[in-house]
Each structure stands twice: as C-alpha cells, then as structure tokens.
Design a binder for this molecule. Structure first.
Ligand code: ADP
Ligand code: MG
Length: 304
C-alpha cells in the first residue's frame, strides 16, 4: 500500500500549516516524518487519514483518493493520533471491541482481540481499565487500536513522546515488528527516533518539505562524508603542507597551533595526520574527530 501526497496545502484561517506538500511512501517502507513542533506533521497525518480535508491538493492511498467519507480507505489505515486519546473508563477488551465495531469487523473479533493483546504486550494488564494503566501501557493500547483491523498502512503521530526510556525502546520494537509487513509513516520531532526506526526520512519545517531521502543520503548530502579533525601540534606548521596530506581539502588554524582539518572520504584521516606530524618532527598534543550527527543535519536544515 503506497501513500502519494500531491501538492497538499492546508490553511487554518489565514495560517498556512502545509504549503504545497508532495511526497510518496512506497509499500513496505517505514518512513519518519521529522520536524519541529508546529511544522505541520499532525495536520498532514489527519489529512492522509481523512480526518480533515486539505485546502487543495490530494492524497492517494493505494491509488484511491482519501476523503473524510471514504470508509473503505479508513479500513486500510491504522492511525495512532497525537496524545493518543482513549476512554479511561473503558476496559481494554471493551475498548478494543468498540474499535473493532467501528471498523465493522464481524468475524472472529474475539480471537483478533486476544491476538492483538498478545502482540502489543498487553497480556498482564488485559483486565484493567485504561485509566489505571501507565503511560507506556496506554500507548500499547493506542497501538492495539491502530492494529486491530490489520491495516496495510500505519500512521503513527508521535508514538513515543512522553514515554520513559524503557517504554520508548519497547514501543519502538513493536513499531519495527509491525512495520515488517506494513507501510509505516511515523511522525516525530526527535532525531534519534527517526534514526532508530526508519530508513527514509522526510523533514518538514513550517509546512514545507525540506528533505526527503534515505537516512544515510540525508547525512551525506549535508556533509558529503566530510571529516573534521581538530589537532594540536607542539609547534608551528603551514597550511600548504597540511593540504598535501591525501584527501585533505581544508586546513585552518583556529588558535595557537590548533588546526581544524577537513577531509573528504570514508577513510579515517587521523593516521595520515599522525604520520605527517612524525615526518615533520611535530608532536601531536591532541587529535579529535568532530562528529556530525543527524541532529546537526536537522538543525542545519531547519535553522532560520
Ligand atoms: P506539528 O504536528 O508538526 O507540531 P501541527 O500540524 O499540529 O504541527 O500544526 C501546524 C500549524 O498549524 C501550527 O502552527 C499550529 O498552530 C496550526 N494548527 C494546527 N491545528 C490547528 C487548528 N485546528 N486550528 C488552527 N491552527 C492549527
Ligand atoms: Mg503534532
């Protein structure tokens, strides 16, 4: 099941929450929809699931146009809304039965509820009221209701926000497991989340898509396998000589005999710098690789 978003714009009054957004998610992909708060993630997801209409543009789920009255499409989509609204007075089984009835599931509902309770790790809490569950277990109930009708597409809006680190790991594992046989779109404002679960990342900021690629390509496009080494020698050397080290593209002294050396390529440049020092009778006082993270890529892309 693919999701194709074509030039979607959404206005709330005069405010543009989405500005001509287009992207495509292919069958079986797990894609992160990454962006700061207010970027338009939840709005996009509500439009894909048919909960609100777009002001213009269209969304196709498996080549069928979504709209708020298209129940056939809704049956194919599992949706975990942001903040996971649940009924605290309902028992887990009662709630899942209620959701199943909304999807007009008729056959073997009981078995499906049992299976989904097992899959989402709810077994030991299965006889409790939703209101008495911890946040981590409530999130499992949220996933259970999204999965109950065995949809082909899962839309998860900030599924791990507000969970403690152990709960985050457990929920991520559940998502990864479910993602093996489904098309998954998962929104998050946390880079580590996108990095941990997804292969492809779509970055949105202020309603505009600013990056859409495989995770490793997003890294490399931004920093093109650039390495930056911070090295301190015991005495002077010159830029021209440092530039002769293979793969080095830039050498800049930032302080007395402390240099920032940039190099292209995958191979660690540090041994070459060390050899350079030995050859030139320099002592290396310190040698540090400056790491670039997806977080920096994200900040770089969303700044201003
Ligand atoms: P995100 O999920 O990325 O945090 P949202 O889609 O919730 O972003 O919001 C995008 C923008 O649209 C924000 O500026 C938000 O204030 C605005 N917005 C969202 N929902 C509404 C609404 N129902 N009415 C008016 N403005 C809204
Ligand atoms: Mg949101």
């Amino acid at each position: 099941m693919s999701i194709v978003v074509n030039g979607v714009t959404k206005l709330y009054g005069l405010q543009k929450a989405l500005d001509n957004v287009s992207f495509r998610i292919n069958t079986g992909e797990i894609v992160a929809f990454l962006g700061p708060n207010g970027a338009g993630k939840s709005t996009m997801m509500k439009i894909i699931t048919g909960y609100i209409p777009a002001s213009s543009g269209s969304v196709l789920v498996n080549d069928i146009k979504t709209s708020s009255d298209n129940t056939e499409i809704r049956k194919k989509i599992g949706y975990l809304p942001e903040n996971n609204p649940l009924y605290p007075e309902m028992y887990i089984r009662e709630y899942l039965g209620f959701v199943a009835s909304l999807y007009k599931m008729r056959s073997s509902v009981k078995k499906r509820i049992n299976d989904i309770i097992e899959i989402t790790g709810l077994s030991i809490e299965q006889n409790k009221k939703i209101g008495s569950l911890s946040k981590g277990y409530r999130q499992r109930v949220g996933l259970a209701q999204a999965l109950i009708h065995d949809p082909d597409v899962l839309i998860l809006d900030e599924a791990t926000t507000g969970l403690d680190p152990n709960q985050v790991v457990e929920i991520r594992n559940l998502i990864r497991e479910a993602g093996k046989e489904k098309t998954v779109m998962l929104s998050t404002h946390i880079m580590q989340e996108a990095e941990a679960i997804c292969d492809r990342i779509i970055i949105i900021d202020k309603g505009i898509i600013i990056a859409d690629d495989e995770k490793k390509k997003i890294y490399s496009r931004q920093f093109s396998h650039k390495q930056i080494i911070r090295v301190e020698f015991d005495r002077e050397t010159i830029t021209g000589d440092l530039l002769k080290i293979p793969a080095v593209t830039e050498a800049r002294m930032v302080k007395d005999n402390i240099w920032l050396i940039e190099a292209e390529g995958e191979e660690d440049i540090r041994p070459a710098i060390f050899n350079y020092a030995v050859k030139n009778n320099l002592t290396v006082l310190s040698l540090l690789k400056e790491e670039k993270t997806l977080e920096e890529v994200f900040r770089h892309l969303t700044k201003g």
